[in-house]
Design a protein around this ligand. Structure first.
Ligand code: LIP
Length: 267
């Protein structure tokens, strides 16, 4: 068994260093990946390599699962789930809305999360069963009801076939709820839900490294995190995700369920 607070302290130091390396880059060297508007930069790769060298030794025998490498299937072993720069397009455009997102999984579920927004020096942390924190202070989801809810969305830009369903959801969250925001980083969207800066977040398809750390942060802050189109949450797969305060969840889930017929089968 690990000492989660010792792991949190040691991993946080390296994630802060990773964030500093991101924030100090003024012009990123960009490469295209498969999928519309799917980019990776040399900074993504360098930061991932840095974390790959520093995180596994903190938990001997742990695995490393990350965005910019080929990954084996998840096992029950301790596994670092890493997005070296979540919000890569924001990073490329100089929008200062990106983060380093790291979860430690055991038995295929997150037990520890660290998300660092280097431009604001905001470190979000959670240990399963022990709450969620921003720079060491406890955070909690909002108590905003659905008719006034601020909904953050991800547009799944790599999947043009999801645009129609995403627009359907956009219109309903805007007309039945409150206003909309598109941050460009799923992990930062989850941080916003966890500290009450937004009330709902959804994205019709998202990768495990984008949501794994944010999922634990949201639930430890009193929120709900689910995969509306799956029987059970599976942190090893890309899926539709919904994060919300408890008051908004049922209304938000209904909109996503109503949108499902608009999504091509097999996606
Ligand atoms: C991003 C997500 C975002 C999603 C983007 C992209 P990346 O992650 O955080 O929510 O809409 O398409 O997947 O690629 O910047 O690590």
């Amino acid at each position: 068994m690990i000492d989660p607070y010792n792991v949190l302290e040691r991993a946080s130091a390296h994630i802060r260093e990773a964030g500093a390396r991101v924030a100090h880059v003024s012009k990123a060297s960009i490469h295209e990946k498969n999928g519309h508007c799917n980019y990776v930069t040399e900074t993504d790769i360098a930061v991932e390599e840095y974390l790959k060298s520093e995180l596994p030794p903190i938990v001997p025998g742990s695995c490393f699962f990350a965005e910019e490498q080929e990954n084996e299937a998840l096992t029950d072993a301790y596994t670092w789930m890493v997005d070296p720069i979540d919000g890569t397009t924001n990073f490329i455009m100089g929008r200062h809305a990106s983060c380093v997102s790291v979860a430690l999984l055991r038995n295929r579920i997150p037990v520890l999360s660290i998300i660092y927004q280097p431009y604001l020096d905001e470190l979000f942390t959670a240990v399963r069963g022990h709450g969620a924190f921003l720079n060491g202070r406890p955070i909690h989801v909002s108590d905003q009801p659905f008719p006034k809810a601020l909904t953050a969305l991800g547009t799944s830009p790599y999947y043009a076939e999801l645009a129609h369903a995403t627009a359907y959801c956009f219109e309903r969250f805007l007309t039945k709820g409150g206003d909309i925001r598109r941050v460009g980083s799923a992990a930062l969207d989850c941080c916003d839900i966890a500290c009450g800066r937004a009330d709902i977040y959804f994205e019709l398809r998202l990768s495990p490294w984008d949501y794994a750390a944010g999922a634990l942060l949201v639930t430890e802050a009193g929120g709900k995190f689910e995969m509306p189109y799956e029987q059970n949450i599976d942190f090893g797969k890309s899926a539709c995700v919904l994060a919300s305060n408890p008051l908004c969840y049922d209304d938000a889930l209904k909109i996503l369920q109503d949108a499902k017929p608009l999504i091509p089968s097999g996606l």
